[in-house]
Design a protein around this ligand. Structure first.
Ligand code: SF4
Ligand code: ZN
Length: 337
């Protein structure tokens, strides 16, 4: 067993990207210090801030909630934390993860609020049944992945929850892997303008609670190890629909690259942040003008009441499309034959 490079105790892990062996205590201290570094670099927390924390019962959000609840990050002293779980309506998956999230919140004496797709939009199992029924005959539905629907519903419902809780910020468990994946996906889709929209800390806009990403400097597998070493309850299973996501393919590719070339993920995160800074500096004047006009154009969705750029928000548009398809599937005589 190699010795910890910091204190000499037996190491529990080796960080290949910086060739360091670390013991349990030094690893956990480093994990937490990276959350502090993210806070310092992106000013994520301020005193008395009300922070809604998106939790899923998985490793990332469990590690994030635990670090924040320890109140060791400057600015989180005195800040109030409000964990929120989104129930997507995926049988056999979400209920197990929810149990872990409830267990962790109980241990931390925090009250967990649950918002379900079924109460505002459609449960994911119904979304997938409707999509599958149509995609063989309707080109519009063929490229639609589960995560396309789910991502839009989740973003909208988390924002609703944060607004209900009168939160000043919404903490999301996006880690360095997620940032690297998003960066690559934007490039692969030739959507470079999206780089400026994926911010580590959003600016406040009317009707939208700013999202903050305290785990930007931590890798996914480090979040899992942190949960293990701190003995935190977290769910290890995967969503049954995750296989069909493009992100899943990019994740697999990046994991292989990282194994062979340790450090590529952090290099992508650095490149992303540098590029984003340059793009933001170039478009600063334009953005401030657009920001005001954008707020002026903001509407309220006629279906769910959330802020939207159109009269019906994207989430409700999806629900309408799927519901119309469900009705036509039930009623059309040639489909019943
Ligand atoms: Fe939703 Fe996709 Fe995540 Fe499953 S993998 S919970 S469908 S976003
Ligand atoms: Zn809506």
């Amino acid at each position: 067993m190699p010795a910890c490079g910091k204190c000499g105790k037996p190491a529990v892990t080796r960080l290949a990207y910086n060739k360091t062996d670390l013991c349990s205590e030094c690893f956990c201290a480093q994990f937490e210090s990276r959350v502090k570094a993210a806070n310092k670099d992106f000013r994520l927390f301020s005193l008395d801030q009300r922070t809604a924390v998106g939790v899923s019962g998985g490793k990332d959000s469990s590690a994030m909630l635990y670090v924040l609840a320890k109140k060791i990050v400057p600015g989180v002293h005195g800040a109030r934390l409000f964990p929120v779980l989104i129930d997507e309506g995926i049988q056999g998956y979400r209920s197990k993860a929810r149990e872990k999230a409830e267990q962790l919140c109980d241990e931390l004496y925090l009250d967990l609020k649950v918002y379900a797709y079924k109460d505002v939009y459609l449960p994911m199992d119904e979304v997938m049944a409707a999509r599958n029924a149509r995609q063989a005959n309707d080109a519009e539905f063929q490229g639609r992945k589960a995560c396309t629907y789910c991502g839009v519903f989740r973003k909208s419902l988390l924002n609703k929850a944060a607004l209900d809780l009168e939160a000043d910020a919404l903490a999301i468990g996006h880690n360095a892997d997620d940032i690297a994946q998003t960066f690559l996906m934007n490039l692969m889709h030739n959507e470079a303008e999206r780089h400026t929209r994926f911010e580590i800390a959003n600016e406040r806009k009317a009707g939208f609670v700013p999202r903050i990403k305290p785990l930007v400097y931590n890798l996914e597998k480090e979040a899992a190890l942190y949960c293990e070493l701190q003995n935190l309850p977290y769910y290890r299973g995967a969503c049954p629909y995750s296989d069909e996501s493009f992100r899943g393919e990019v994740k697999h590719l990046l994991n292989e690259m990282e194994d062979k070339n340790p450090g590529v993920k952090f290099n992508l995160v650095r490149s992303f942040l540098e590029l984003q800074e340059k793009m933001n500096a170039e478009t600063k004047g334009e953005k401030s003008g657009l920001g005001q006009a954008g707020n002026g154009r903001m509407k309220t969705c006629a279906r769910c009441g959330q802020n939207a750029s159109q009269s019906i928000c994207q989430a409700c548009t999806f629900v309408e499309e799927l519901s119309a398809r469900r009705k036509s599937t039930e009623l059309s005589p040639w489909e019943m034959a």
